[in-house]
Design a protein around this ligand. Structure first.
Ligand code: N01
Length: 534
């Protein structure tokens, strides 16, 4: 099957997640001919695939949704401060229909190769069904958490029961009722699904390798008065988000941990414990993440909370991290998580003491024997940052494979382009964000659209980035990684969860204001250091 026409598209977007939908909208509004290819059978990206029970935002709904249209903001009333997956998927479908974008979207269209032609500057993109499309500009909005990771556990195919991954959750509801269920992994996905499975399953066994510093999400419905206030504050919200380091509304605190005496500190820790989501990182004492003593004081407070909630002291001890500090990994935010371990049908296996040996036909085998199961839920994470880009068969100048170009990890400029791959962009990919992702990704989409508009309006057909600029931006990313108090090398942010993956920082910890100020400077300088040719 081939849909190739003589006239290439101006823009082909890959991925119908939050970033891709916005990129499609912006490219069309800028007057480009544009289509979007999406592997899934629905739109939503991360929020389409991660449809496991309990999946929800942990950034405030109204700060995570789109802010480009006041009308859209006014008409969509988020039900909760942290919306659940079904509402998020409905919202994204609403956006697609409201802005009449569906006609440009091809669902079930997984990209298998994308090849740049040095002579014409045109990309040829092939999908799984063999269809080919030609485009001048190729924009991959394939996200950072889109390739689920299954650990290489021996005997995975031997298990006779059902297996599902949180990041590849089936469209049909998975029934836990009366079943013996295992959840492997206790990252943000695992800790969201565990309480819900526990309520319905006959038994739930949680396989935990590393305990995480989980704290309450503190979600609640958005009241009518709050809805009205949000609408009244639209411009103020946008302004605050645009000037905050990580794209949240939470204000920074003005005191360090030991500026307060013990009683004041305890009271502040209680306030933090009861605060919503990421306030516990952003509005915390200014030194909490990097002053070891300060971090230890907060960690001990959280540990005491866990001991206070979990009845069995041995189980509580296993749920308290002992190998990393609070904030060194991305902290999950939970609802009734620790309480779940007080249920008679829930047990916790410490994989450091008894690692998984293999799967058998009946269940999971550790040193303690085989736990018989009906359903295994893999909540084992993702090939973060570069996972999707490395599986699309992308070839740039002279047939160079992106995977060879990035053999030692990604190098980028602004997290939107890499050298030797002209006319190819990847907003929301590696080096894009460290915080509330849609805010950074939206900045990148706006920038890429402006860049392409400039090229078109000035008669240029090829846009590439100066190698010196890429080198300097990538060095800045690596420096910021070393300085960043949070997200240490034990985190998937360095790719260390994937065997054989180069250890390279995949976020942009320099903050959103820096990204925005660089974008403004580049725009005012005729988009240098991008190189334009006809
Ligand atoms: O994945 P993870 P996730 N044997 O990589 C364990 C976003 N998100 O899907 O820590 C046994 O964090 C692994 O153990 P260890 C958010 O950005 C957001 O949970 O490597 N266990 C860990 O416990 C988040 O950070 C929300 O020792 C194995 C788990 O699997 C990101 O997605 C909700 C194993 C993987 O945790 C990823 O979260 C959900 C093995 N061989 C996700 N291999 C929101 O709330 C791995 N594990 C918005």
């Amino acid at each position: 099957m081939s849909v190739t026409s003589d006239t290439p598209l101006d823009v082909l977007v890959v991925g119908a997640g939050i970033t891709g939908i916005y990129q499609l909208y912006r490219a069309r509004e800028a007057g480009f001919t544009v289509e979007l290819l999406e592997a899934g059978v629905g739109v939503g990206g991360t929020w389409f695939w991660n449809r496991y029970p309990g999946a929800r935002f942990d950034s405030e709904s109204y700060t995570y949704g789109y802010l480009f249209s006041k009308e859209l903001f006014d008409e969509w009333e988020w039900q909760e401060h942290f919306a659940e997956q079904p509402e998020i998927e409905r919202y994204l479908n609403h956006v697609v229909d409201r802005f009449d974008l569906r006609q440009h979207i091809h669902l079930g269209a997984r990209v298998t190769s994308a090849t740049y032609d040095d002579t014409s500057g045109i990309w040829t993109v092939t999908t799984e069904d063999g269809a080919e499309r030609r485009t001048r500009f190729l924009i991959s909005a394939t996200g950072v958490l889109s390739v689920p990771f299954f650990p290489d556990v021996p005997g995975r195919d031997d298990f006779a029961g059902q297996q599902v991954h949180t990041g590849l959750w089936p469209a049909e509801p998975v029934d836990f009722t009366g079943k013996r269920v295992a959840v492997i992994g206790t990252g943000s996905s695992g800790v969201q699904i565990i309480p819900i499975v526990a309520e319905q399953a006959a038994s739930l066994t949680v396989y935990q390798r590393t305990a995480n510093w989980c704290t309450p999400l503190n979600n609640s419905p958005i009241t009518a008065a709050e809805q009205a206030q949000l609408r009244a504050d639209f411009e103020k919200i946008r302004e605050t988000l645009n000037t905050s380091v990580s794209g949240f509304l939470h204000p920074a605190h003005d005191r360090a941990t030991f500026d307060d005496d013990e009683d004041q500190r305890h009271a502040f820790f209680e306030t933090m414990w009861s605060s919503p989501g990421f306030a516990k990182l952003i509005s915390h004492y200014t030194d909490m993440t990097f002053n070891l003593e300060a971090n230890a004081a907060w960690s001990e407070f959280v540990a005491a909370k866990i001991r206070g909630i979990v009845n069995d002291p041995d189980v509580a001890a296993k749920l308290i991290p002992d190998d990393h500090r609070f904030g060194e990994k991305r902290p999950p935010f939970v609802t009734s998580y620790f309480e779940t371990y007080n249920r008679a049908n829930v047990s916790l296996v410490d994989l450091k003491a008894t690692p998984i040996r293999r799967l058998t036909e009946l269940g999971i085998e550790t040193a303690d024997g085989v736990q018989e199961l009906d359903l295994i839920i893999w909540a084992t994470g993702f090939d973060f940052g570069t996972g999707a880009l490395s599986r699309m068969g992308i070839r740039g100048q002279g047939g160079l494979a992106l995977n060879d170009h990035w053999a030692d990890g990604p190098t980028t400029y602004l997290g939107v382009q890499t050298t030797r791959f002209p006319n190819f962009f990847f907003p929301g990919g590696p080096h894009a964000a460290a915080g509330n992702n849609p805010r950074y990704n939206g900045d990148q989409v706006d920038f890429v659209t402006d860049l392409l508009t400039y090229a078109r309006d000035n008669g240029y057909g090829v846009v590439e980035v100066d190698p010196a600029a890429e080198e300097s931006w990538t060095a800045m990313i690596d420096r910021a990684a070393r300085k960043a108090p949070s997200f240490g090398e034990c985190s998937y942010y360095f790719g260390t969860n994937i065997p054989g993956k180069p250890k390279k920082y995949l976020l942009n910890s320099a903050g959103r204001p820096k990204l925005l100020s660089m974008i403004e400077e580049i725009k005012s300088n005729d988009f240098k250091p991008f190189i334009f040719t006809q």
